[in-house]
Design a protein around this ligand. Structure first.
Ligand code: NAD
Length: 412
């Protein structure tokens, strides 16, 4: 897994270097964009339920703070390694800049399979991590959030531990909290909703150029978790036809549109979304649809299946769902690919709105949050669309250029 982490880091750094070289930035500036400002590594010792001590490795990488406090989630995963955390922290600097947020980028992680821990062990590990990072985080310094396998409950333990040590309330130090502790309405659906706003903005531009129809488009969504489910649900509500969905076990196809309630009920009761015509994940990716939305994991579209992708538009809702090779191949074939740093930035944008509410001690209705998200996402999209037209470059390259321009202009 160390190799996979290394590959992720090399790929993130290569993307930045390539873009920065095209922008004619000098090598010292490129180093400032690549090297993390701080890389913290911890050994976390907790007492297990059986009385034995156990040691876990953890990291907090603070990549770049030119635009504001470091922002990024904390993941608990057995395969987490330092290089992966650094890669994700680097991409958070880009994503926050793309989204126009007053944040830098960071990421945290612990190498642990949380399924092997009891609830009390998980709480002790979460609190032990915060004991280590307390001196280096804070609402104006570094603002962590949930990521893979970390939840609002874990944020609640982490915030509680932080506040105990510092001796005052500081809800804006963590986002993704339960509503009762200062979480934001609309956060749960935010990533899916933001992705839908981006798709709608894109279609409106493409239909002006009469490149695509904008009515009754067919969509296939891979992944039926937080991101995939809400994307599919909200897209159906505004008239898109979701013809296929899938999760890690299997998928379902329905040319008349998926019954999402039925799929959700099946997943809860039988452990699979499938009903009616079952399809595999591979088949879903290769469907002849207008829009493909990979919303599960990284590297799902790769050298093995890239030649079979038929959709004209691909919205990267997961982080890194296309390998670099597949991305380049599909971009060359003229597919319109919305990069993850823009497509899934609705999540961090509403985390930002949670932070603003926490700092002000004043909370908005769900409609107010959703309206603000729409304004911010549309603004982010416009800047990238404009850059892409001006320079005749794909949206991904345009997103990296916009982000690098914003970061370097703040690096004094
Ligand atoms: P999740 O754990 O809620 O859901 C993941 C989904 O993917 C599940 O339905 C799972 O069954 C499915 N899946 C797993 N392996 C699969 C496979 N091999 N084939 C098909 N489906 C598979 O996670 P999530 O929060 O929905 O995140 C999904 C992706 O979006 C991740 O890449 C994550 O980093 C990214 N993301 C999430 C957010 C957020 O706010 N949740 C924000 C930005 C990016």
């Amino acid at each position: 897994m160390e190799n996979q982490g290394k590959k992720m880091l090399e790929s993130a750094q290569a993307l930045i270097t390539k873009t920065a070289e095209k922008m004619k930035l000098d090598s010292e500036m490129i180093k400032r964009l690549i090297e993390p400002e701080f890389a913290h590594e911890f050994a976390l010792t907790i007492t297990m339920d059986n009385g034995n001590k156990k040691v876990f490795k953890g990291w907090r990488i603070q990549h770049n703070s030119a635009l504001g406090p470091y922002k990024g989630g904390i993941r608990f995963h057995k395969d987490t390694v330092r290089e992966e955390v650094q890669a994700l922290g680097t991409l958070m600097s880009i994503k926050c800049a793309v989204a126009g947020l007053p944040y830098g980028g960071g990421k945290g992680g612990i190498a642990v399979d949380p399924k092997t821990l009891s609830k009390t062990e998980l709480e002790r590990l979460s609190r032990a991590f915060v004991a280590k990072i307390t001196p280096i985080i804070g609402e104006d310094v570094d603002v962590p959030a949930p990521d893979v396998n970390t939840t609002p409950q874990i944020m609640a333990w982490m915030l509680d531990e932080y506040q105990k040590v510092v001796g005052y309330k500081s809800p804006a130090t963590f986002t993704g909290k339960p509503i009762a502790l200062g979480g934001s309405l609309g956060r749960t659906e935010a990533t899916g909703r933001g992705g839908l706003f981006v798709l709608q903005a894109l279609l409106s531009k493409l239909s002006q150029k009469s490149k695509v129809k904008s009515q009754n488009l067919t969509v296939a969504v891979q992944g039926f978790g937080n991101v995939g489910y809400y994307f599919a649900k909200l897209a159906t509500e505004v008239g898109f036809k979701i013809v296929a969905i899938s999760d890690s076990k299997s998928g379902v196809y329905d040319k008349n549109g998926i019954d999402l309630d039925r799929a959700l009920k099946n997943k809860k009761e039988k452990g699979t979304v499938s009903y009616g015509k079952t399809i595999s994940n591979e088949e879903l990716l290769e469907l002849d649809v207008d829009v493909l939305v990979p919303a599960a994991l990284e590297n799902m579209v790769n050298d093995k299946n890239m030649a079979k992708i038929k959709a004209g538009i691909i919205v990267e809702m997961a982080n890194g769902p296309l390998t670099q090779e597949a991305y380049e191949y599909l971009a060359k074939k003229g597919k319109v690919i919305v990069p993850d740093v823009l497509a899934n930035s609705g999540g961090v944008t509403v985390s930002y709105l949670e932070w603003v509410q926490g700092k002000a001690g004043y909370f908005w209705s769900e409609k107010e949050v959703n309206d603000k998200l729409k304004v911010m996402i549309n603004k982010a999209f416009e800047a990238i669309w404009k850059k892409s037209l001006e320079k005749k470059i794909p949206l991904k390259q345009a997103a990296f250029e916009v982000a690098i321009e914003r970061i370097t202009s703040a690096l004094v």
